[in-house]
Design a protein around this ligand. Sequence first.
Ligand code: DER
Length: 238
Amino acid sequence: SSVEASKRAAAYAAVDAHFSNAPGYVGIGSGSTVFYVVDRIRQLSVGRTSNTGFVPTGHQSRELLRNAGLRMVRLEDVPGMISVAFDGADEVDGWLNCVKGGGGCLLLEKLVAIRSKVFIVVADQTKLSHALLTSYRHGIPLEVFPSAVPYVLSELRSLGSTDPRVRDGAPAKLGPCVTDNGNFIVDAPFPPLATSGAVVELAESLKGIVGVVEHGIFWRGDRRPEKAFFGGAGGVVR
Ligand code: DER
């Protein structure tokens, strides 16, 4: 499909521009676009000694790396900084703020991103938006400690979230979706974040709710990508 071709184009352009098989560490995020990042890295690594340790951001990321035969290193075993991290996003605005967490891996994704010298987002062009929460309609994903859920939902409503809800695991799993870290995901819809100030204000408010382990706004205040590669239409790089 054209969306798949667009994901592949974005991923290949990003890897060709920012991956080198030099000694060091490379962060690998989660989602379907990152599949093409790993595929391109595998192509470039065939027959070459692997000087690079790849840092996964969850079980799906680990599976991608294992299937590609790339050497994995746990985040806690990485000394110093990760050279570059590649990840997808659910929505990216003009300042490169991102909504992430549609795949439920946002905690390790943000931990890997914040340990990376360079953070690159790859996405099909449908993810580019003039304001966060205009195209991605499910709300801000939050990793929430399970027994904090009733309190967190109440706090989110006080912040103006319309109908925040625990992400259900069905049909794959009955009951709540459980993250790789044993927490729940809450999706919290808010009105579109049309200004940088609105992004800052919401990100700081979400971080301040006791029981929210991490939120899915990747912004200037914690970690925003240096570059985003969008596929399709000649690819838009910002
Ligand atoms: O959850 C995330 O932030 C992932 O990066 C993911 O949402 C991106 O998804 P996609 O590459 O499958 O569109």
